[in-house]
Design a protein around this ligand. Structure first.
Ligand code: RFL
Ligand code: PHB
Length: 389
């Protein structure tokens, strides 16, 4: 059986970025992806990159397009009860900013780079199975166009997202799972229309949360808080635009520009962490190990910070014969994951409308405090631009 140093399961941002960083460090790997290339490149998800994530893309050799086309945002808006308040990220964090650049573009850049390097990337790898990761050698099996395939490896990187096979292969008694499922969801649209502002607008209104984001000066990405069992068929485009305007309030409603809706979907909201991230030769990274609700824009950035710690640990193993970073990978990555969990939970609770009147009134007080306190806004800004890796 062929032996490779590392098998990466999943060609999302975590798996592709890890493969690229390992290649830059002279370590070969095989990347196995269940879907086809077109599907992976078209999946619309995150849009806000922390500085550390942009820097990691640069280190991985794919920093050029994001530097050219990414929109640097030095602030965002909080709209509360119809009035907008500015959060000046740069002033509050001594020059901090985020970059608005679609996850789709990140994935396209990473796939193009791997293909250009002639490195192994298997799309439509079916029935991936991960075995022997607590033994001398791990073995990964899959089927490729109906033919069975297998490789042995030193390490398996489980980067196959929340519904992947890697976490599911770990005996449940070895995992500690902590989870919160929220009683609301997001209805998201991507439309060919300019966003209402050149910065993101997070809205708390008495009709629920809304978010106005973008993928470029003429492409808006907007979200509405909705029920978890919402029927998307009950939301024709006109109803969505009208609701977005209502949540933004009378003063700003006219800023909402309508345009052809290219994508429409409903996203459930969940906080989830499965610990530890290492099980012998199997190392989990990104959504395979943890999920945050999207309100804090942290999911993709956590995938990037996990991969930073993991690539560093694997390269130290191969080049310096040291395993201390592999041994501490889980605790190091999780320390940052839990801080982002706290922030994402806090942003989500503060901005969404709940069902408990007391809790809802507390959230309004929290927002009023935030708007009136530079200290509180500094804590928000520091977390939003991203804690150091
Ligand atoms: P992914 O992207 O889910 O990739 C996993 C890959 O593994 C493949 N796979 C398998 N391959 C082989 N065999 C199997 N058995 C497999 N099972 C699965 C899948 O096909 C897929 O290609 O996980 P990864 O790489 O960890 O990346 C995580 C991010 O995708 C995710 O955290 C973010 O999208 C979350 N997120 C956001 N994060 C941010 O940092 N900023 C944001 O602004 C932001 N906004 C969002 C978001 C997620 C959203 N949704 C749809 C949940 C907005 C939304 C609406
Ligand atoms: C997005 O542009 O998709 C986006 C932006 C900010 C968030 C979540 C999603 O907090």
């Amino acid at each position: 059986m062929r032996h490779v140093p590392v098998v990466v399961v999943g060609a999302g941002p975590a798996g592709l970025l890890l493969a690229q960083l390992l290649h830059a460090g002279g370590i070969d790997c095989v990347v196995l992806e269940r879907r086809d290339r077109a599907y992976v490149e078209a999946r619309i998800r995150a849009g806000v990159l922390e500085r550390g994530t942009v820097e990691l893309l640069r280190q991985a050799g794919v920093g050029e397009r994001v530097a050219r086309e990414g929109l640097v945002h030095t602030g965002f808006w909080l709209s509360v009860g119809g009035r907008r308040h500015h959060v000046d990220l740069a002033a509050l964090t001594g020059g901090g900013a985020v970059t608005v650049y679609g996850q789709t573009e990140v994935v396209k850049d990473l796939i193009a780079a791997r293909v250009a390097l002639g490195q192994e990337l298997v799309f439509e790898a079916a029935d991936v199975a991960v075995e022997g990761f607590l033994e001398e050698r791990a073995v990964v099996r899959w089927t490729d166009g109906g033919s069975p395939r297998a490789v042995s490896c030193d390490f398996v990187a489980g980067c196959d997202g929340f519904h992947g096979v890697c976490r599911a292969s770990i005996p449940p008694e070895r995992l500690v799972v902590r989870e919160r499922v929220y009683p609301f969801a997001w209805l998201g649209i991507l439309a060919d229309a300019p966003p209402p502002s050149d910065e993101l607008v997070y809205v708390r209104s008495d009709r629920g949360f809304a978010l106005f984001s973008m993928r470029g000066p003429n492409v808006s990405r907007s979200y509405l808080q909705c029920r978890t069992d919402e029927d998307i068929a009950a939301w024709p485009d006109d109803r969505i635009w009208a609701e977005l305007r209502r949540r933004l309030g009378d003063i700003d409603a006219a800023l909402v520009h309508e345009g052809p809706v290219r994508e429409k979907s409903i996203t459930p909201m969940r906080s989830f962490v499965a610990e530890p991230l290492r099980h012998g030769r199997l190392l989990l990274a990104g959504d395979a190990a943890h999920i945050v609700p999207p309100t804090g824009a942290k999911g993709l950035n956590l995938a990037a910070s996990d991969v930073h710690y993991l690539s560093r640990a694997l390269l130290a193993h191969y080049h310096q014969g040291r395993d201390d970073l592999l041994e501490t990978y889980s605790s190091t990555a999780l320390a940052r994951v839990w801080k982002a969990q706290r922030f994402s939970w806090w942003m989500t609770s503060m901005l969404h409308l709940g069902s408990d009147p007391f809790d809802d009134r507390l959230r309004v007080a929290e927002l009023e405090y935030l708007l009136g306190s530079t200290a509180a806004r500094t804590a928000l800004a520091e977390n939003y631009v991203g804690l150091p890796f």
